[in-house]
Ligand binder design. Structure first.
Ligand code: OGA
Ligand code: MN
Length: 291
């Protein structure tokens, strides 16, 4: 078993873990420790792990099966489990800010949680900072259990028992990207997800929204729904709930998509930023909190 060193990064969430070499998948006892730390702290940071994509995939598989993203413009051409959060293409060439891939990736500047538009959304994501930004490009994570617990009654009463629509196509409207074709829409139809969810492992309740995909709330007029989503988002973005990650080369950051949201801060589009992500696939639909 590895002797892990664990350091708290923020009172709300996030720990740094050293004493591991991710070129080899951890042994089962270490995996149990990592899983416990993950459930307790929501975001795990493993610094200085200069691993290749195959090692990244092998480590990620210790936590479950992996998603293969449905769009070729985001997937790696070499290894389909790698989701490229990058302004550099597979051939290593910097893409201009108006390139459709770059525009889509830039939407990560809005708060979201990954794959919430799937009927069985992702469990978690593992992001490798291959080439990091120094002009911005921090990744901010918010603890949605803490957000839920601290919600003022005025907001909590409005969302009680409700579901929000998670629509992958909403992303394209936000960025003025080409609308999805009917085949693309059929491949990823919008889904209603409870706004108060129970985590299947910890049994804790969190607020579940993913604003880049949300534009409707069940039983609400659109203007009212938009206002509520915007109020919830503003509340969730209070610094007391957020761990801001400043990247160093070859940081690996792992988060739980079931109880956090994240966003990246803007950076100079002339600077290369290459981040490779694996996405741990969900195995069950989102569980609603009891009314
Ligand atoms: C992601 C994402 C933010 C970043 O990988 O899912 O939103 O900092 N990335 O690149
Ligand atoms: Mn993301």
């Amino acid at each position: 078993m590895s002797a892990l060193t664990v350091r708290e990064l923020h009172p709300a969430l996030g720990v740094e873990i050293t004493g591991l070499d991710l070129r080899q998948p951890p042994d089962p006892a270490t995996m149990r420790q990592l899983h416990d730390l993950w459930m307790r702290h929501l975001v795990l940071v493993y610094p200085s792990q200069d691993i290749d994509d195959a090692q990244h995939i092998a480590f990620s598989r210790c936590f479950g099966g992996l998603e293969v993203h449905h769009q070729a413009i985001i997937r790696s051409r070499f290894l389909p489990e790698i989701f490229r959060v990058s302004n550099v293409n597979d051939d290593g060439v910097l893409m201009p800010p108006d390139h459709p891939t770059v525009r889509q990736v830039a939407l990560a500047q809005f708060w979201h949680t990954d794959s919430s538009f799937r009927t069985q959304p992702s469990i978690g994501s593992i992001l490798h900072g291959v080439e990091i930004s120094r002009t911005g490009g921090e990744t901010h994570f918010t603890n949605m259990y803490a957000v839920y617990e601290a919600l003022p009654a005025s907001l909590k009463n409005q969302l009680r028992g409700r579901r929000a629509l998670h629509d992958f196509g909403h992303l394209h409207k936000l960025a003025n990207l080409k609308p999805l074709t009917s085949e693309e829409r059929a491949a990823m139809p919008p889904v209603w997800q409870p706004m108060e969810r129970v985590h299947p492992v910890t049994k804790r309740i969190s607020l579940y929204i993913s604003p880049i995909y949300n534009d409707e709330i069940e039983g609400m007029q659109q203007a009212e729904a938009r206002q509520l989503l915007s109020d919830l988002q503003a509340f969730a973005a209070e610094p007391r709930f957020i761990y801001p990650h400043r990247w160093e080369p070859h940081d690996i950051v792992q988060w739980d998509n079931r109880c956090t949201m994240h966003q990246v801060t803007p950076f100079d589009p002339g600077e290369r930023r290459v981040m490779h992500r694996t996405t741990i696939a969900g195995t069950e639909p989102v569980l609603a909190a009891a009314a």
